[in-house]
Design a protein around this ligand. Structure first.
Ligand SMILES: [Zn+2]
Ligand SMILES: [Zn+2]
Length: 438
């Protein structure tokens, strides 16, 4: 049973006080997905459909998708990127798809592929004001249900508003044949939610940051199932891969429900963003997002594991954003310094305003609040090992000095409260970094 079904394609007044609206009409995961795509397409009034794929995904599913749409009575055009790898979601590619939409008079775009194909198609169809549908080829990222497009303009990564897919179709037996690095990446991005959920719960517990229990559960349940299914993923068992894909789609739905990435992006993503920044500065090679997030999760669990060692909790001290910090920020972030300073000033202000929410927390009460993810750590660690992500440091070009620098600065990138802010508030950051690095 697809747990997201209760939330998609409708507005639901939730117990959290928000009315959630997830504008996805359909998610189909099954070996009969092409039949269901045909039925879905037949029910749509749009007549001209444009399939966007690349040299890998077109032979895999592009032709079969075209046949299904033609059988539904539609006119089908295609745009096949000649690339087999390193296709970039940049201006020329987006422009090419937009031009093709206009030339063909397409009324629906169909992305046949995973990450980059989706981002390009999502953004191009949004700019041309036509809906888009996904036929997924790999369980590699949590962006299938996303409403924003991750693009790269002039070498710089940027996230721009776009729209969500109207429908998502996937066949687990096709997903299971995806390149191994893509399955690893999807697992890494999903397993990172162990930490983002904990960071969210920590902020909710200590500072009453809003938390939607339904969105939380939507991420947490398939996450647990996936952690338990790591061996199955390794042997490319279709049921395990289905579980992974479902977890990734649900993660996207959860973000759409709460209107931001809080359920799915915490300190583990901050580490990954910092590593991207170092790559951009030429200090290491760029690497896969999901692999980085998976590896970051191993480190963030070590930070969480220190919590039981903090005997007495004190009233948190707001972090001081002093001159030496500001100077460092200006030097390191250059043009981005203002954004970093503003984000941290915002966070400091928010925490200061919520100081009285802090009430005599004990180590025991905090640990009790962080269940059940906290008690999964051994299983998560094992699963990361099975998936080949636990010891990825050398491959990702992340050595001890980089880790040290990352732990000291990754909190700066966003205004989101994480365990780093908790440790800083307890004046325990230096101690924690040393304890974690050993
Ligand atoms: Zn991610
Ligand atoms: Zn809710």
């Amino acid at each position: 049973m697809l747990t997201a079904q209760a939330w998609i394609g409708r507005s639901v007044a939730c117990a959290c006080g928000q009315t959630h609206h997830v504008p996805i009409e359909k998610v189909c995961i099954g070996s009969d997905m092409l039949e269901r795509l045909k039925a879905y397409a037949a029910a749509q009034h749009a007549e001209v459909w444009l399939i966007v794929s690349d040299a890998n995904t077109h032979p895999l599913l592009g032709g079969a998708t075209a046949s299904a749409l033609a059988a539904a009575g539609h006119k089908v055009d295609t745009h096949v990127f000649p690339e087999t790898h390193d296709l970039l979601p940049d201006r020329p590619q987006i422009e090419a798809v937009r031009r093709r939409i206009r030339e063909t008079g397409a009324q629906v775009a169909v992305a046949v592929g995973s990450g980059v194909i989706n981002d390009i198609t999502r953004y191009a169809s949004f700019k041309e004001s036509i809906p888009y549908v996904v036929v997924a080829t790999a369980p590699s990222m949590d962006g299938y249900a996303s409403s924003v497009a991750a693009l790269q303009f002039d070498g710089l990564k940027t996230t721009l508003p776009a729209h969500t897919a109207r429908a998502i179709f996937a066949d687990p037996s096709v997903l299971a044949r995806a390149p191994w690095e893509l399955i690893q990446a999807g697992f890494g991005d999903l397993v990172g939610k162990t930490i983002s959920l904990l960071d969210w719960k920590l902020a909710h517990t200590l500072y009453q940051e809003p938390l939607c229990a339904a969105a939380y559960e939507l991420v947490q349940k398939p996450l647990k199932a996936c952690i338990d299914a790591a061996e199955g993923l390794r042997s490319r068992d279709a049921e395990a891969v289905r579980e992974l894909f479902l977890g990734l789609v649900n993660a996207g739905v959860a973000m759409a429900m709460v209107g931001n990435s809080r359920p799915c992006s915490g300190s583990e993503h901050h580490l990954s963003h910092f590593w991207d920044l170092l790559a951009y500065k030429g200090r290491r090679a760029h690497a896969s997002h999901g692999h980085q997030v998976g590896y970051a999760t191993t480190w963030m669990m070590k930070f969480y594991r220190l919590l039981p060692q903090i005997d007495e909790l004190v009233q948190p001290r707001p972090r001081t954003l002093d001159m030496s910090w500001r100077e460092w920020v200006r030097e390191f972030y250059g043009d981005g310094a203002e954004t970093v300073e503003a984000a941290q000033a915002r966070k400091a202000e928010r925490l200061a305003a919520r100081q009285d929410h802090w009430r005599g927390w004990s180590r025991k009460s905090i640990l009790a609040a962080l269940q059940p993810e906290f008690s999964w750590f051994a299983q998560v660690e094992r699963a990361l090992g099975v998936m080949g992500l636990a010891d990825a440091g050398a491959r990702l070009e992340i050595d001890r000095p980089i880790l040290q620098e990352t732990f000291e600065h990754a909190w700066e990138l966003r205004d989101r409260y994480t365990i780093f802010d908790f440790l800083a508030g307890q004046d325990r950051m230096a101690w924690a970094v040393e304890a974690v690095l050993g």
